[in-house]
Design a protein. Structure first.
Length: 344
């Protein structure tokens, strides 16, 4: 199994985004090339590996985690390697694709109502903790406070970035969920070059920006389910972060479509969020910026690519004028010829 892990985990590609960021040096690290299509595979595997190496887990044991889906899927991969059982608690807004994937991998999924505070006794984090406390043979991974989450990125993602960018990087943009990704990468890059700017990204409604700026924290619901929860994660190490910026949901969703149509990359909503932040930020033309692309758009077919969902949440995706013209012409043609087909 070790050869499998080394072959498929990490070492994800970096591409330059020439069309989205014309005349600027903005790059993207495509983390959906990991085994279950997200950056969370790195942290999930490392948290299980360290628990195994330290004698906290053995073959046949059960692990539990509160997840918006991606860490749970990464734990599915780790569980298959170490022959463990997995329970995932999720909130009810998690896309159905992620829930179905978790079940397909063999995880038991407990869906908690999103109306409850995440850490409350009925919230998805609170329920995971209560189950772990109830059953002695269930190991709680705790991605929000487990330092092996941070260190996974310090020892793997950070060095990869430094080497792939040839030690030439001025800005890093990454979303904040558990804080593990931005803290681990930020720690590594700051040690290599303290002048690298680490920019944390969250949707409007999140509380990391106000927390970072030492302002009152007022969480509001948003549509980017995998980041910026209603509490501050213990793994957010703000000493490695220079600034936190916010992005409107509309911009995040629109960017996902724009990235597909202009760069040919199919990204999830948190990726749209980070690319939008980079576009709105004043990056000097001579500087190099890297955006972390956390996961794959295919995990969001029921939300990001669902016309009804977009309409219900007042998200507008503008169509390409030329495409619209061609589609309209084809509808007229099919109707005139009575072809009994639908043009989408």
């Amino acid at each position: 199994m070790k050869s499998l892990v080394n072959a498929v985990l990490g070492n994800t590609p970096i591409i330059k985004l020439d069309t989205l960021f014309n005349n600027k040096n903005v790059y993207a690290k495509l983390e959906y090339y990991n085994p279950t299509f997200s950056i969370k595979d790195r942290a999930a595997f490392n948290m299980v590996k360290q628990a195994w190496d330290n004698g906290k887990l053995k073959k046949g044991d059960t692990i539990i985690e509160a997840t918006s889906g991606n860490t749970g899927l990464g734990l599915c991969f780790a569980a298959s390697v170490y022959e463990l059982h997995l329970i995932c608690t999720v909130f009810s807004d998690v896309p159905i694709e992620k829930i179905n994937l978790l079940k397909a991998f063999g995880a038991i999924v407990i869906i908690c109502d999103s109306k409850y505070p995440s850490s409350g006794e009925k919230g998805y984090v609170g329920v995971a903790k209560r189950i772990a406390e109830k059953y002695e043979n269930v190991y709680y991974v705790d991605q929000f406070n487990n330092n092996n989450n941070v260190m996974a990125h310090y020892y793997s993602t950070g060095p990869e970035i430094w080497n792939q960018m040839n030690a030439d990087i001025d800005y890093l943009f990454a979303t904040i969920g558990t804080g593990g990704t931005i803290s681990g990468i930020g720690k590594y890059l700051k040690e290599k070059n303290p002048s690298v700017k680490i920019i944390g990204v969250e949707p409007v409604g999140g509380i990391y920006k106000s927390h970072f700026n030492k302002e009152d924290e007022h969480y509001m619901d948003h549509l980017i389910q995998s980041i910026s929860d209603d509490f501050i994660s213990g793994n957010f190490k703000q000493e490695y972060v220079d600034e936190v910026v916010q992005v409107e949901d509309q911009h995040s969703f629109s960017m996902c479509y724009e990235a597909m149509r202009k760069e040919g990359i199919m990204i999830g909503t948190s990726s749209g969020c980070v690319l939008s932040a980079a576009r709105e930020y004043d990056i000097p033309a001579e500087k190099k910026a890297l955006c972390i692309i956390p996961d794959l758009g295919l995990k969001y077919m029921d939300t990001l690519f669902n016309d009804q969902y977009l309409s219900e949440n007042n998200i507008i995706v503008e169509d390409c004028p030329k495409r619209k013209q061609i589609a309209d012409d084809l509808r007229d043609f099919c109707f005139a010829k009575d072809l009994d087909c639908q043009v989408c």
